[in-house]
Design a protein. Structure first.
Length: 263
């Protein structure tokens, strides 16, 4: 209850700040949507030159991309810590965070909450719904429950990987060069993994499990497409909890080793 109350207070402060600059809020929403729209256009252009991608049709790949957008929007809303190293380590704001009784990661996350990113999740849900209809897939109430579970699991995978990446800053104040690399790797998860070679498939599935944020959980609803992937999809929440738990342990270890910004 204490953390829920803190979450509410942070959201109130965010609303007060952003309502002062409402135009900036909608510009941010529009820019995010345009960026996601460009990715979708790229997929459509690819299918202008090929009837299928690794045996997957255009509607199926668009379906996967729609799912991909939902957990990414949730992650970007609540785990927007792209600038952690510069703001909290280089500028010393981590010292301020550690003087407060709430968990340090919780404070950092709430100070950087970004509700406009959630619009991307809504757009992803619309894309999924349209593709669902186009593919003629059956719909059951269980599908909504599974979708929620998969989204939470996928968002935790994002959160775990980027939390671990941010925690490197406790040992080195210049890990930002890894962020663009990780961002590019995550985009591989929105395409069918069978189009990659065995090494890349292994990395995307078990080392940097970005396949679990897109194609694997989405394949659950496309069961006729790949029985192997649809069964593997059930591991999405397990993978999410595992990745985030390990990242949290690494974060806590980094906090213990942190010695402050100094003078």
């Amino acid at each position: 209850m204490r953390y829920a109350a803190l979450f509410g207070e942070y959201l109130k402060n965010y609303a007060k700040t952003r309502l002062t600059y409402r135009f900036d809020f909608w510009i941010e929403v529009l820019s995010d949507l345009l960026f996601q729209g460009m990715n979708l256009i790229f997929i459509l252009i690819v299918f202008q030159h090929t009837p299928s991608l690794g045996g997957w049709s255009e509607a199926e790949v668009v379906f996967v991309y729609g799912f991909f957008m939902i957990p990414y929007g949730v992650f970007s809303t609540f785990f927007s810590i792209w600038n952690f190293s510069e703001r909290y380590i280089v500028k010393g704001e981590m010292d301020r965070v550690l003087t407060r009784p709430a968990h340090s990661l919780f404070q950092v996350l709430l100070e950087n909450v970004d509700p406009p990113s959630l619009f991307g999740s809504f757009v992803g849900a619309i894309i999924m719904a349209l593709s669902w209809s186009k593919l003629g897939l059956d719909f059951h109430l269980l599908d909504l429950a599974m979708l929620l579970i998969f989204v939470i699991g996928a968002a935790l995978i994002y959160a775990g990987l980027y939390t671990a990446l941010s925690a490197i800053s406790f040992f080195s104040d210049a890990p930002t060069g890894i962020v663009p690399l990780m961002y590019n790797i995550q985009n591989y998860g929105r395409y069918p993994v069978n189009i990659y070679n065995k090494l890349i498939r292994f990395v995307l599935t078990w080392l940097l499990p970005f396949a679990f944020v897109g194609v694997i959980p989405a394949s659950y609803f496309l069961e006729a497409k790949s029985d192997d992937l649809s069964r593997l999809a059930l591991l999405t929440p397990v993978m999410g909890l595992l990745v985030f738990s390990l990242a949290l342990l690494f974060w806590n270890y980094g906090v213990k080793k942190y010695r402050g910004a100094g003078s």
